[in-house]
Ligand binder design. Structure first.
Ligand code: GYE
Length: 321
């Protein structure tokens, strides 16, 4: 090699090394520049969400990532703004727990254009699959179906059911309703007589149950709650109305938070279908796969369990959230 070429190659090597060291860019997986991840949480008004946030934050610490966290306080516009700000800050990846299914198209496109992988956790969006890297979450139709089977079993297939729905337009709300109806539609004496949103929220769940009881208090056999927080609110409302939750009015819900296990131990809640919020490790596994250029299935499904009141006491201590 001529002297001049050796000099040019040396310059090139210096430029590359210098670029890596001094650029400090988040795309350079350099040991001294930790990956930066943005986590957009849709709201933080429920025990389930606290558990999910803790899981995502805790796992970032374990893996040495810098986490930017935003709580959209149940306002979708806040959530879109948060994702946009993560993109502007040039994060390496985004974990998004979308509040509702629609409306995220433009911001997902912006993330895609910026080459930032987006991992959806716990709720799906209605956009095309190529607008996000993968979705990590439960099968909500399965949850609704299993819940309905338990209710059929425990009522002998005859019940007037009040339904407390989750946030309107959210994937779990739509599918938990669908799954439940898939089963009870085969039973002519299983009927949903009241159905309204309690927004996945304890306070609203209690308020809606109070209104149900005021209107139809003597004509409700069962309350089917799309999540535990609303069930805890409903239990309170039933007690204040002067009835015995778990006996006079059977109460069923989805999630499996500690408070729900306690309510089963106390005899107030009849059964729970689990929906795990502990999605942090899988969310970072997915981002790491994205950074490595791998292709994951578009749905990484959580495994959930079914818990009856009679088993709650022996299980409660092992619950992690
Ligand atoms: O059941 C509920 C929450 O999207 C799976 O939303 C989640 C649901 C969960 O706020 O408690």
């Amino acid at each position: 090699m001529k002297k001049r070429s050796v000099f040019l190659v040396a310059l090139l090597v210096l430029a590359i090394v210098g670029g890596t060291v001094f650029a400090g860019g988040q795309q350079d997986a350099g040991a001294d520049s930790p990956k930066v991840v943005g986590f957009s949480q849709c709201d933080s008004q429920q025990a389930w969400r606290w558990a999910e946030t803790e899981s995502v934050q805790g796992e970032a610490a374990v893996r040495g990532y810098e986490l930017k966290y935003n709580d959209a306080q149940a306002v979708q516009a806040n959530q879109i703004a948060a994702v946009r700000s993560f993109i502007a800050q040039g994060v390496d990846g985004i974990i998004l727990a979308p509040q509702v299914m629609t409306g995220f198209g433009p911001v997902l496109q912006e993330a895609k254009d910026a080459g930032i992988p987006v991992v959806l956790v716990d709720r799906l969006v209605a956009e095309d699959e190529d607008m996000y890297y993968t979705f990590i979450g439960s099968d909500f139709v399965w949850e609704g179906e299993r819940m309905a089977e338990i209710v059929v079993e425990e009522t002998g297939g005859k019940a007037r059911i009040a339904e407390l729905q989750g946030t309107p337009g959210a994937d779990p709300t739509i599918d938990r309703k669908k799954g439940f109806e898939n089963i009870i539609n085969d039973y002519p004496d299983m009927n949903i007589v009241l159905s309204q949103t309690g927004d996945f929220n304890r306070t609203k769940g209690k308020e809606v149950m109070e209104a149900f009881l005021k209107a139809e208090g003597e004509n409700i056999d069962v309350v089917y709650c799309h999540n535990d927080d609303m069930a805890i609110g409903a239990i309170q409302a039933i007690k204040e109305y002067g009835k015995d939750p778990g006996k006079d009015i059977l109460v069923y819900s989805i999630d499996g938070i500690k408070d729900a296990f306690q309510a089963m131990v106390d005899g107030d809640l009849n059964a729970v279908v689990e929906c795990t919020p502990l999605l942090g490790p899988q969310a970072y596994d997915a981002l790491e796969a994205a950074w490595a250029g791998e292709v994951l299935p578009k749905w990484v499904m959580s495994e959930d369990g079914i818990f009856l009141q009679k088993d709650a006491a022996s299980i409660i201590d092992s619950r992690k959230y």
